[in-house]
Design a protein around this ligand. Structure first.
Ligand code: SF4
Length: 386
């Protein structure tokens, strides 16, 4: 099983909090489309010669819905011709996710991506409050999210995911509750929710530094997270990862592969790839990316993942999930010494009911979720594992 991630970095405008690699250079869309199709060929020829089974495909960004129909058709044709031959296959029920901005979803566009084979749509709603949307510099309004959901459902999409954000400066718990309820009323199969992050280099970060806005206090932020878990679990969503909730059977398969150490191939500027022993990342500059592919060179750097790094990755990914870390697998892959290290270190959290072991899997309890960052950094292994 392998995931395929395609990065489409174009955005019509930039949101003030965004730390993803994206660009407003829309004149480069066709050159970029040609380059990602070529990168898939190069990867198939140079690196991934073994036959593989593509189990999930994810179009992320940036804003994939900013590409034209012709450009999307070109990418889908390339995916099919490159990964569906010479022994490699695209799994029959492959999950194909497409990230969209609500205001890009016309009836025609929804029908078109359904025709291409997309079977899951992920939309960044963030909030339904006009003032907060304006603050973020989002292009859409709250009504457009509802319209987009209707149009996607009419086009046959059952698997729709909505992204929410909480912890805006000055936001109250009641306002956050309203956003959650509005999201639930749209009946998406999946909801992801993140607290507003102040990433260095973003306009939002500069506003904070200048004292123009104030970060929400920790107590309110925690109360908002608790409210999120309560309301969504009461509404029938399974809390399967720290920030992700799904109706039964609708977990994100692609994102689950990141948390379960399933290999993935990342295509496009700034895209990351992972195979059991290596991870690599493409240059995060669209000009350099296009030029390098034009010269038939993969624009990526890679690093070998030693045992320490792989163990630490496991702590920061698998522990995010409801199932947690499979201790039998850990013992088999890393040996007795590391197994003992983790179980001994985790014991203090187990005593405090912040972690638990069930069916030989170590996971965070609800109480542990509230301090997940500090538990993970404590369980990280510092020195080299022999
Ligand atoms: S639309 Fe998404 S990727 Fe583009 S600037 Fe906004 S948050 Fe970033």
């Amino acid at each position: 099983m392998t995931g395929l991630y395609i990065h489409i970095p174009f955005c019509a405008s930039r949101c003030i909090y965004c730390g993803f690699y994206s660009t407003t250079l829309s004149q480069l869309k066709q050159k970029y489309t040609d380059a990602i199709c070529r990168e898939m060929e190069l990867r198939k020829q140079n690196i991934d010669k073994r036959p593989i089974e593509i189990s999930t495909i994810y179009f992320g960004g940036g804003t994939p819905s900013q590409l034209s129909k012709e450009q999307l058709q070109q990418i889908f044709s390339s995916i099919n011709s490159i990964w569906n031959c010479n022994g490699s296959i695209i799994r029959k029920n492959c999950e194909i996710t497409f990230e969209c901005n609500p205001d890009d979803i016309t009836e025609d566009f929804a029908n078109f991506i359904a025709y291409l084979g997309v079977n899951r749509v992920s939309m960044g709603a963030q909030t339904f409050d006009p003032a907060r949307l304006k603050f973020l510099h989002r292009r859409h309004n709250a009504n457009e999210v509802k319209l987009a959901v209707d149009r996607l459902k009419s086009a046959g999409f059952d698997n729709i995911s909505i992204d929410l954000m909480f912890g805006f400066p000055g936001e109250t718990l009641t306002e956050w509750e309203e956003d959650i309820k509005t999201a639930v009323s749209l009946e998406p199969k999946h909801i992801s929710a993140y607290s507003l992050m102040y990433e260095e280099g973003t306009p939002l970060y500069r506003m904070l530094e200048k004292g123009e806005i104030e970060e929400i206090d920790e107590e309110t932020s925690l109360a908002m997270y608790k409210k999120l878990i309560d309301l969504l679990t009461q509404a029938g969503y399974e809390h399967y990862e720290i920030s992700n909730f799904a109706r039964p059977g609708f977990r994100s398969q692609h994102n689950s592969s990141y948390w379960n150490a399933i290999p993935y191939i990342g295509i496009g500027a700034a895209a990351h790839s992972y195979s059991k022993d290596y991870r690599s990342w493409n240059v995060d500059n669209i000009h350099q990316y296009i030029q390098s592919i034009h010269d038939n060179k993969l624009p990526s750097e890679s690093e070998y993942l030693d045992a320490t790094t792989r163990y630490n990755d496991l702590i920061t990914t698998a522990l995010r999930t409801r199932e947690g870390i499979n201790l039998t697998k850990l013992k088999d892959e890393y040996g007795e010494e590391l197994f003992l290290y983790l179980t001994q270190e985790a014991q203090k959290y187990i005593n405090l009911h912040e972690m638990k072991i069930e069916d030989n899997k170590l996971s965070l309890t609800r109480k542990g979720l509230y301090i997940s960052d500090s538990i993970m950094s404590d369980l990280i292994f510092i020195s080299n594992i022999k």
